[in-house]
Design a protein around this ligand. Structure first.
Ligand code: FRU
Length: 500
């Protein structure tokens, strides 16, 4: 991936298209050593328009190679979101190991599900002659975003015995279908009437079978993007934990339980790679929000993906919850590193800003790990780390000790004037009220991703530190608004461009 450095908000190590508009990740599948990333793409503009599937691959989850556009709109419509599978057992008769994309065809008043096939590892594609394969039979325009995977009824005995599962969203519920051959689909159930957050239309469902705390117990994670009314305003992603019997999902929780995958404003439509080469399930998401996605101040491109994250489940007193961790491969990008001096964090004198940890300037693409410890007798209510770009232009990530929450304050690094209400301080409840708080932060030129609580809470945000006359680097301050907070450990890594 070549990174045009003249664009001030072009990420250094996050995936972006060479130019123009990007939204959801699509067709995520691992095949013959390559992780494929297709994505909603408008090659003609930095605004959303007739959707294509852009295409890129990575062999290490870090360095990306751009490939030509994979799917173009045709007489059936534009190519909306969907997934891809490898038909290992040639169930469809397209030939062994065919890569099959299953996507939504969109025309102004209809959405149906269609197939395309590739025999050369996703480089060239042919649309199936008998599309669509799932016709919209209900009078709802919103009927889209098929996620398909192979459900092996007894994977340890015979991985080839089973059927295909397709889930899609219809309005604000998820519909399930099964098929022996990817071509003929029978509806097998639905989930979501009256359940979860309903502030907008549901989009881009995902369903994963995950181990709980790395042990033998496994539960199913159903993930649904919701177009509006999400936790940080605008669009966001909720999840459900439960069971899936090959036909329909049932939740472990009552209908009014609402669980958020990310408490920031810019995490949408996550999709995990099918057929991963190891036992990790890894996803990434579109790092934007439909409320303002069209108005962000980037120039040649608009839209980026999050870093790839490993997803898992953990048991908590409140129930089983999603955990996300940055993939370990990202450590490949580290170059220089700096240790922050441990010690008590002095509260500022009245009217004074916190002292800078050092007068060093750090590159604006960095990874940072900090651990704060709280004394038994503590007067501080907030502590954290502040990345300063210029006078009055800073980003804060920290712990709201009074509320037991992670927070990110992007109000001073926001440049989307039409949406002032979305530049609020975001908070995410931390389950454990222990005295140690670890933050793992990935900062890039126009985004921040903060992981806390062992990955149980994440805040992902776009940021737009003013681009005029600022130096492309940051200073760092540690802060606490009272006594009793100590930095136990802190390290900052410069991250290299993810050039292919
Ligand atoms: C989600 C979404 C999908 C749709 C696609 C269109 O962000 O709205 O529901 O398929 O984007 O680009």
């Amino acid at each position: 991936m070549s990174t045009p450095t003249r664009e001030p908000y072009r990420p250094v190590y996050h995936f972006t298209p060479p130019a123009n508009w990007l939204n959801d990740p699509n067709g995520m599948v691992y095949f013959q050593g390559e992780y494929h990333l297709f994505y909603q793409y408008h090659p003609g503009s930095t605004l959303w328009g007739p959707m294509h599937w852009g295409h890129a691959v990575t062999t290490d989850l870090v360095h990306w190679r751009h490939l030509p556009v994979a799917l173009y709109p045709d007489e059936l419509g534009a190519i909306f979101s969907g997934s891809a599978v490898i038909d290992w057992h040639n169930t469809a008769g397209f030939g062994p190991e065919t890569m099959v994309a299953i996507y939504t065809h969109d025309i102004p008043n209809a959405q149906d599900q269609c197939l395309a096939t590739s025999h050369d590892a996703g480089r060239t594609w042919e649309k199936y002659a008998y599309n669509p394969v799932v016709l919209n039979t209900i009078p709802l325009r919103d009927f889209r975003d098929p996620k398909v995977f192979w459900y092996a009824s007894n994977p340890d005995v015979d991985p080839a015995a089973g059927h295909w599962v397709l889930l899609l969203v219809a309005g604000d519920v998820v519909l399930f279908y099964t098929s022996p051959d990817l071509k003929q689909w029978t509806q097998s159930g639905s989930f979501g009437a009256g359940a979860g957050a309903k502030g907008g239309v549901w989009e881009t469902p995902e369903l994963l079978h995950l181990a709980v705390d790395g042990g033998a117990e496994r539960r199913w994670l159903l993930v649904v993007a919701v177009g509006d009314g999400a936790i940080a305003g605008g669009s966001g992603v909720q999840y459900f934990v439960g069971d899936f019997d090959g036909h329909v999902f049932t939740s472990d929780n009552p209908n009014d339980t609402v669980l958020w995958a990310d408490y920031g404003a810019d995490f949408y439509a996550p999709q995990a790679w099918n057929d991963p080469p190891d036992d990790r399930r890894i996803w990434l998401a579109w790092m934007s929000n439909w409320a303002y996605a069209r108005e962000t101040p980037t120039t040649a491109f608009r839209g980026a993906m999050t870093i790839p994250r490993e997803v898992a489940l953990t048991r908590t007193p409140a129930g089983i919850r999603l955990v996300q961790r940055p993939v370990v491969e990202l450590a490949m990008l580290r170059s220089a590193s700096w240790r922050l001096a441990p010690g008590n964090i002095a509260p500022p004198a009245p009217g004074e800003p916190s002292p800078e940890q050092t007068d060093r300037r750090y590159p604006e693409a960095l990874e940072c790990k900090v651990t704060f410890q709280c004394a038994a007798a503590i007067t501080a209510q907030r502590c954290g780390i502040r990345f300063c770009y210029a006078e009055g232009v800073y980003l804060e990530a920290g712990i709201d000790l009074a509320r037991g929450a992670l927070f990110v304050d992007r109000t001073q690094v926001w440049e989307v004037p039409e949406h002032p209400t979305l530049a609020v301080v975001q908070t995410a409840p931390l389950a454990s009220a222990g005295d140690m708080h670890h933050l793992h932060i990935f900062l890039d030129r126009s985004s921040v991703e903060v992981f806390a609580g062992g990955g149980q809470v994440v805040i992902t945000d776009q940021i737009f530190p003013r681009s005029d006359d600022r130096a492309p680097d940051v200073t760092v301050q540690l802060f606490a608004d009272g006594e009793g907070v100590r930095l136990v450990e802190g390290v900052i890594y410069a991250l290299e461009p993810a050039a292919g």
